[in-house]
Design a protein around this ligand. Structure first.
Ligand code: ARG
Length: 463
């Protein structure tokens, strides 16, 4: 039996022995980075086209390589070509296929390039598309929330601080708070995009190259706004990755809070929200259960994104310049961040579209918790009391009601005047949560006017 000879890797020239099979397996990243295959080929096509234009490689040969690469890309997309898991990484896998197909010229593709600038390029190409996708998902969620807010424009809810009922606010105002938060997430994505949208190609291993290449032309071929100028910087940093992981962590924190609130609001204890069957699941033992699993999973998966951010920060924190192989470990967290955030955005949009508010129950809750106490204190101030004294008097009033287990609505003017002479008939406008909302005057407050303004703003912006 003849022994099957292992093929030497493309970098194998100086080695006398093959890499130990276990070490080979350990160091391969093909399982995760094969997802970058199309970006890798796009980058190679741009690179070799530029080499042809600059005369580093004869134009006829660069054309030949471009054609072969296009063919390989098509076959990968159609599923006809599967990258071998024996390769060290996606870059070598594709170059191996290329050199098999156009053996005479394929070896010229890697002129004036290193996998170090190549991998950073692939990531940036991938991230540009990913960020655009996230931006549109964020806008989709914002639009669903805005629509929900508009549908429930007149509904008042008890607002909370410290998880205790605090003041009445318009439900739409509450929902639009999330729309604002996601608006900033969108801005952070745009800002991050600017720093992702720079080409590292041409940095080669880290020192640049003696070939007269044109970094700017290859960058503009690939639609980049500019190049990462310093060649050491171009291959050494992963701050763009850490930045998108940070942006997504903040975004996931917002999604998770919203998920948590909807979970709480849909409990029997709260009863504010009904989740549709299409976003709820049952229990394998308790037949009556209807669980908010989709929202819970969004909350749970937030940990993956935070974890990936920590993963990336930790990979990078001790690395001297320039490239170190540690950096290969950045692919899994990169994909984790993008995939989880994209999925959770889609799922929270579905959740928002499939909730309904229990307006009867919400109306009921407005009577409990002395929600208008702050308004009563403000009322006394307008009648000439200092705020501190007004606060004390109102506190006594609440103490009296709580002691006798009555709502504000049970108070008559005589009783009220026993706490302060300043109370007159118009206090009843203040005591009633629904009427007190109408008195909100400050900009951006929970008034009908402010909610109208926000709805108009977001609807225009999101169209
Ligand atoms: N697979 C490597 C990575 O993802 C590509 C760069 C390898 N460079 C090298 N000199 N070994 O980081």
């Amino acid at each position: 039996m003849s022994e099957v000879q292992e093929k030497s890797p493309l970098w194998g020239g100086r080695f006398r022995k093959q890499l130990h099979p276990d070490a080979k397996k350990f160091s391969s990243s093909i399982a995760s980075d094969k997802r970058l295959a199309e970006d890798d080929i796009d980058g190679s096509i741009a690179h070799v086209t530029m080499l042809g234009e600059c005369g580093v490689v004869p134009k006829s040969e660069s054309d030949q390589i471009v054609n072969a690469l296009k063919q390989i890309k098509e076959e990968i997309i159609s599923g006809k070509l599967i990258l071998s898991d024996q390769s060290e990484d996606v870059h070598l896998a594709i170059e191996e296929i290329l050199t098999e197909r156009v053996s005479a010229v394929g070896g010229k593709l890697h002129t004036a390039r290193s996998r170090n600038d190549q991998v950073a390029l692939d990531q940036r190409l991938f991230l540009r598309k990913a960020i655009k996708g996230l931006q549109s998902s964020v806008e989709g969620l914002q639009l669903s929330l805005t629509t929900k807010a508009e549908e429930n424009e007149g509904t008042i809810i008890p607002g909370y601080t410290h998880m205790r009922r605090a003041q009445p606010i318009l439900l739409a105002h509450h929902l639009l708070a999330y729309v604002s938060m996601f608006g900033r997430d969108g801005e952070r994505l745009s800002d991050c995009y600017k720093r992702v949208d720079l080409s590292p190609l041409g940095a080669a291993a880290f020192a640049g190259t003696s070939f007269a290449i044109n970094r700017k032309s290859v960058a503009s071929q690939l639609g980049f706004s500019d190049i990462v100028y310093n060649s050491v910087d171009a291959v050494s940093d992963r701050d763009y990755l850490i930045e998108i992981a940070s942006v997504c962590s903040i975004l996931m924190m917002h999604l998770s809070r919203m998920a948590e609130e909807l979970i709480l609001w849909s409990t029997v204890e709260f009863g504010f929200v009904e989740m549709d069957d299409s976003i709820s699941t049952g229990s394998s033992i308790m037949p009556q259960k209807k669980n908010p699993d989709i929202a819970e999973l969004v909350r749970g998966k937030t940990g993956r994104v935070y974890g990936s951010l920590m993963n990336l920060l930790t990979i990078m924190k001790g690395l001297p310049l320039a490239y170190n192989r540690d950096m290969q470990c950045d692919k899994e967290p990169m994909f984790e961040v993008i995939d989880t955030t994209a999925d959770c955005l889609t799922m929270m949009k579905l959740v928002v579209e499939n909730i309904s508010f229990n307006t009867e129950r919400l109306k009921q809750t407005l009577q409990d918790g002395y929600l208008t106490a702050t308004e009563v204190a403000d009322y006394l101030v307008r009648k000439g009391e200092t705020f501190r004294e007004a606060h004390r008097i109102t506190g006594e009033l609440v103490g009296h009601c709580a002691g006798n287990e009555i709502h504000f609505s049970a108070l008559d003017l005589v009783k009220l005047q026993s706490f302060s002479e300043r109370f007159t008939e118009d206090v009843f406008d203040i005591l009633d949560p629904e009427r007190s909302i109408l008195l909100k005057a400050s900009e951006g407050s929970s008034s009908h006017e402010s909610v109208e303004a926000q709805l108009t703003y977001w609807k225009n912006k999101l169209q």
